[in-house]
Design a protein around this ligand. Structure first.
Ligand SMILES: O=C(O)CCC(=O)C(=O)O
Ligand SMILES: [Fe+2]
Length: 410
């Protein structure tokens, strides 16, 4: 927990506050956004009938104007979890972290020479704003895609619960992440303490918190609240790999969102691993994890139904094309990619649906396909060269140590 941040308490829980701090621009208060309907979510969790619209997901499309109209109505509880919010940047006391983030390395080392392409979802998810009515919560989850998180409470209060597994908990999580979560979600003291310990921190306006990736947490919002936050990557690829594998196998059951841009973030940074300023902060364990993710990205792609399958297919396609290009058949590779992508999509959207099939055919190759095909061999080569360099260093050190002991033996 970090104290000494900004507080908007004096401004009030209102649209005007959001305009004043540039969260919204005038006119945006009537745009529809996706809110979590907490009343529906609660009914679903308790197995109660949901009434009208039964079977719908627990999301509703509302405007910010409606959100503020509902503040005093306890029978309507909503939370807006994914409002993009660029203006709120790192506060002074977090700037030392900013300098160690992977996007920073990419900006400093790669961006001056070429445009670094990232999917729009990745950029949108980097800086965000959460507005929640009092008495809302976010269920147990890990933040998607192995990202680190920093948050700052600007209005109201958040109660942050985070779980530290013991040995048995870590084992269950590794072998069956859904069973692990189901057991925690019973909120039964004995069942929980068999797996580890919950900790909690109360965060009033003006306090913030940095949360390492992969930590399971629950957030309770006892008062109307505004919160700004940021997701970022550090060179902790081994944890990222574990998170992605968990999300690949279990989709949104274990996380609160889906990160489709993780691979493009890795491609940008992968090319830079040999740079001295980056190399010194990547451990061997993390380097190996990065190497594995670049080798076979489809293994890690999050599985959230159709978009997840499309994203996985798009990654497979980039890898296949690189493999074919390495076999020196560029034209054949491109034609093959296109055909595979379309065939794959057609399998996802049944060919009986003619309109959907026509749309798919018109789409061409996946977003960022060419950028991926260009960057992947460079990233793989940079990681391989760095591994070889370290390997040589280790062998040299071992030879040195060996020679030393012979000398000592003399
Ligand atoms: O504020 C909330 O309800 C959820 C926040 C959260 O889990 C996060 O920022 O990762
Ligand atoms: Fe979270």
């Amino acid at each position: 927990m970090i104290e000494g941040g900004e507080s908007w308490e004096a401004d009030g829980f209102s649209l005007d506050t959001l305009f004043k701090h540039s969260v919204l621009r005038p006119g945006e208060e009537t745009e529809k956004r996706e809110f979590t309907d907490m009343v529906k979510l609660k009914k679903r969790r308790n197995g109660e009938p949901e009434g009208k619209g039964q079977g719908d997901p627990f999301h509703v499309w509302n405007t910010m104007l409606q959100f503020f109209d509902h503040v005093a109505r306890l029978d309507v509880r909503r939370a807006l979890l994914d409002c993009w919010y660029g203006p709120y940047q790192w506060p002074a006391y977090m700037r030392h972290v900013d300098h160690r983030t992977l996007p920073r390395f990419v900006d400093q080392l790669l961006a001056p020479y070429e445009a670094v392409q990232q999917p729009s979802s990745e950029l949108k998810e980097t800086n965000w704003f959460i507005a929640s009515h009092a008495l809302t919560f976010t269920d147990i989850h890990q933040d998607a895609g192995g990202r680190q998180t920093w948050i700052e409470v600007l209005f109201g209060e958040k109660w942050w619960f985070y779980f530290r597994p013991n040995e048995a908990g870590a084992r269950l999580r590794a072998s069956d992440p859904v069973a692990f979560l189901d057991q925690l979600r019973l909120f039964d003291k004995d069942k929980t303490s068999a797996l580890g310990t919950w900790f909690f921190t109360i965060l009033p306006a003006g306090t913030g918190m940095a949360l390492s990736s992969g930590i399971k947490h629950v957030v309770w919002t006892p008062e109307d609240s505004f919160m700004a936050g940021k997701h970022f990557d550090l060179p902790t690829f081994a944890v990222m790999e574990r998170c992605l594998l968990e999300e690949h196998a279990n989709g949104e059951a274990v996380t609160n969102a889906v990160r489709h841009g993780w691979f493009d973030a890795l491609l940008a940074v992968g090319r830079l691993v040999g740079h001295p300023s980056l190399s010194k902060v990547i451990t061997n364990e993390n380097l190996e994890a990065l190497g594995r993710m670049l080798q076979d990205p489809a293994r890690y792609s999050p599985e959230d139904d159709k978009p997840g399958m499309e994203a996985e297919l798009a990654l497979q396609l980039a890898v296949e094309e690189v493999t074919m290009l390495e076999g020196e058949k560029p034209h054949a590779a491109r034609a093959h990619s296109q055909a595979r992508w379309i065939a794959g999509l057609l399998k996802i959207s049944p060919p009986s649906n003619k309109a959907e099939a026509a749309k798919t055919k018109a789409r061409g190759l996946p977003e960022l396909h060419d950028a991926r095909v260009r960057a992947l061999p460079l990233a793989r080569a940079a990681v391989a060269a760095e591994m070889a360099r370290r390997d040589k260093g280790t062998k040299r050190a071992k030879r040195g140590a060996g020679a030393g002991s012979i000398e000592k033996g003399r």
